[in-house]
Design a protein around this ligand. Structure first.
Ligand code: ZN
Length: 370
């Protein structure tokens, strides 16, 4: 009985109801749980958690990220939750700390007395959590571009509508370009997205504009992305759903900020821990393997990726080598798409890697070089 009284008091303190409803449990029940005057027939911990915390959680994020309450419901929280569950524990903890802003950035390090300034180790500007992806310090452009290309590469293999992939890549890059020097609570306005397609990409971009593109990097996608992708998948006769696609792309979007965070820490601490050594070893092996495959299968426009010798490529930083790998994989995808006459979903914008290699596109090639 005491347990029942405490439980009831707790629920009442967490909900809007101030009235005390007398217990009406059966004699053999130790305690019972009531929500809005209705007794639960079974205890569903997820439903209970939602009931107790959802209002408070929504209010928190609404204030934290300057989100109007009505926008909260336009985000795909269900997909976000499922993607979060699939993350390894360490990365999940990093993400939650990053999303709340209580992570080891300059702002928090100063507040906690660990250092006497809040400056970014890469560019020297004020560093809050959102600065990690916005930073324009040395090397950040390449890291960010590679990270976005990795999303394109992964999701291009998951039957993502080319228009959706292109819109996401373009808008994410525009967000970074236009948000220079801004902090978490400042809004970044992007140029209007004008392309039309039959899937509803334009509506998804407009909805994400309201939610903000920084929120997209935190995995907060408008429902309209999933709706648009669902239409595309149905047109292909695929059984997979827009919901599964959304869960997959959210974890890839988190990787953009994760890569920027890793780069930031590498600059700050300049240490090579065992995990980093492993990554660098695997990059070297991948460069070797891809170089051995050569450029025979590639489109003419992509062949210059192989114009430098393997030895020269290996003198690049691990970030440059990683971008070369990503660029070659994208080139393979473009060649494959051209062969099967599928629309190439990969970006056709010249990349920083192409600039580094000195590649100039004088004509647009549409045929394979076979
Ligand atoms: Zn910076």
């Amino acid at each position: 009985m005491e347990c029942d009284r405490l439980a009831k008091a707790y629920w009442n303190s967490c909900t809007t109801s101030d009235s005390w409803i007398p217990n009406r449990g059966f004699a053999d029940e130790g305690w019972s749980v009531w929500i809005d005057g209705k007794k639960l027939t079974r205890i569903d911990k997820h439903a209970l958690y939602d009931h107790v915390f959802s209002r408070r959680t929504k209010a928190y994020w609404s204030k934290k990220n300057n989100l109007m309450p009505e926008l909260i419901t336009t985000m795909n929280w269900d997909a976000c939750q499922h993607a979060l569950k699939q993350l390894p524990f360490g990365k999940r903890r990093w993400l939650l700390k990053h999303a709340t802003g209580f992570c080891g950035v300059g702002k928090m390090e100063k507040i906690q007395g660990n250092q006497d300034h809040a400056k970014c180790p890469r560019c020297g500007q004020f560093e809050d959590a959102s600065h990690i992806a916005r930073c324009r310090g040395d090397g950040t452009d390449v890291v960010f571009e590679v990270a976005v290309q990795k999303v394109e590469l992964k999701m291009g293999k998951s039957f993502t509508a080319p228009a959706i992939l292109s819109a996401l890549g373009t808008c994410i890059c525009q967000w970074r370009k236009h948000s220079k020097g801004q902090t978490t609570d400042q809004e970044t306005r992007l140029p209007r997205y004008r392309r039309h397609d039959e899937w509803g990409t334009q509506a998804a971009v407009a909805a994400q504009d309201k939610i903000s593109w920084y929120n997209l990097l935190l995995g907060r996608m408008s429902h309209k992305w999933s709706d648009a992708q669902q239409k595309y998948l149905e047109s292909l006769g695929k059984r997979t759903t827009g919901r599964r696609w959304t869960i997959a792309i959210i974890s890839k979007l988190w990787d953009i900020t994760w890569d920027m965070w890793q780069h930031r820490n590498h600059i700050k601490h300049n240490t090579l821990h065992p995990q980093k050594n492993l990554v660098m070893d695997s990059i070297a092996i991948r460069v070797n393997d891809l170089y051995k495959q050569g450029s025979a299968r590639l489109l003419l426009r992509d062949k210059p990726l192989f114009q430098k010798s393997l030895e020269t490529l290996k003198t690049g930083t691990y970030i440059e080598q990683e971008q070369w790998i990503t660029s070659v994989l994208l080139a393979n995808h473009r060649a494959e798409a051209a062969k099967t006459k599928r629309p190439a979903s990969m970006s056709t914008e010249p990349s920083l890697m192409e600039s580094w290699l000195g590649i100039i596109h004088e004509t647009e090639e549409v045929t394979t070089a076979n």
